[in-house]
Every structure is written in structure tokens, then in C-alpha cells.
Design a protein around this ligand. Sequence first.
Ligand SMILES: C[S@@+](CC[C@H](N)C(=O)[O-])C[C@H]1O[C@@H](n2cnc3c(N)ncnc32)[C@H](O)[C@@H]1O
Length: 240
Amino acid sequence: MPQKQKLSPTARASLSSDSPQSHLRLDVLEREVSSRRLFFDQVARTWEEEHSNAEGEFDSALQALVGRFDLRPGQVVLDAGCGTGRLLPLILEKIGPSGQLVAVDFSEKMLDIARKKYQAANLIFCRADIGQFKSPCQFDRIICLCLLPHLPDKLLALQTLRANLKAGEQLIIAHTASRQEVNAYHAHLPQPICRDQLPDSREMTELLVAAGLRLIELEESDRYFLKAVRDEDQVDKILR
Ligand SMILES: C[S@@+](CC[C@H](N)C(=O)[O-])C[C@H]1O[C@@H](n2cnc3c(N)ncnc32)[C@H](O)[C@@H]1O
């Protein structure tokens, strides 16, 4: 029978990805996060109206995206940066009553709107900075729709998201427009949002690798769609 290897606490800590480190100074990171929170609080009331169109094109784009999330009944899903909750009914429909959905946003105003619109026994709202969100449970899917550009320390955020993902399960980063359109749109918004950019495929791949995630799909067309998987940790394998 194979012998279980014993690891020192230091070795465990160094192998574990559960202690993400920011490359920004904490006070700088906090300023960056709170200025964005202020922005989203200010635009919350009109946000949905400004990001949909009368022809319902946006809704069908959203439906098509959700179809690619590979959601199944009973899954535990995190909607990271849920905003006014546009995705929530679409996710709930796929995971069914046996699934669980956690909707996180740092803007109280965005959450207020989402909470008023959507209620379900298996839907939990949580106000938190996703870059530092430590969930008591791990997820089968983490979905970041139109969120990533707004995270000032993307590596820290991806490490944190990874720690919240079950081994073998998927992180999805999606936009209903192309990367170029997203970046051009943000560039015309006020500070600090004008600096919020979606990285190109090379930088994105590097970030994922550094965060311990493996890219399995990246489509850059008139939409942006990325899927990455959390492989089993070294530590998981050794302890098994
Ligand atoms: C562009 S909106 C997208 C909202 C929603 N995902 C959608 O597509 O309808 C970005 C959302 O992410 C939230 N957000 C941005 N940075 C965040 C952070 N660090 N932690 C939690 N939420 C954040 C904002 O408050 C906002 O609601």
C-alpha cells in the first residue's frame, strides 16, 4: 500500500493556494476598490436601463452565454459581481431547486435592486469585495459576467476565486461584447473606471497560470468567453 507522505505546516502553506497575496499595497488596493464601489453605487439606479436595448438583443445574447456555462441541476454557483441580478433567474432555472446560488457584489445599491427583483429559497445575497471574498463553501461554477476589468488586482482576485472553486470545476469570465469594445467603452467613463481593461489573451493566460487555473476555452469574437478549470492541488494529491 502506498505510504501517505507527511507535510510540514510550512510546506502545506507553500503548496496551498488559499493565501493569496496582493501585489498592490493594502491602502492602495482599498482606495482602488472603494472608488469603484462609489462609482457603481452612483450608477446602480440607471445601470440596467442603459445596458439593454428595446429589441431585446441583449437578453438573447445573455441567454446564449448562459447556455455555455454548462450548468446542471444541483450545482452550487457563485455569481461574482452580480450587479442588478440580470443573470440570477437564468442561473436558477438551470440549477433548479436542488442547486444553490450565491450572488456577491460590493455595491449595496446594486444589491438592493437585485434583492427586490429576485427572491428564492436557494438564492443568497452577500455584500463583499470579490477580490477578498472567502466563502464558507466551494463552488461548482464561478461566473464573472462583465466583472474582471473592474478588479484592480486581477491576480489576487483570480487566486481568491480559485480558492472558492472546487477542484476540477470551472471559472467563467464573459462579456456580451468584444474585448476591444469593452475596453473602448470603459476608456470613456470617468476615473477610475476609464483604467479598467480586459487583458489580452497573453496576459490573461499568464494571470490564470499564476493563479493556479488552467485555461480550457477562450473565444474572442464579438463576445468574450473564457473558461478555466481549477486542477487538483499538489496538496490535494499528496494528502489523498
Ligand atoms: C459591469 S457590472 C456587471 C453586473 C452583472 N454581472 C451584469 O452583467 O449584469 C459590474 C458589477 O460588479 C460589481 N463589482 C465591481 N468590482 C467588484 C468587487 N471588487 N467586488 C464585488 N463586486 C464588484 C459592481 O458593483 C457591478 O455591480
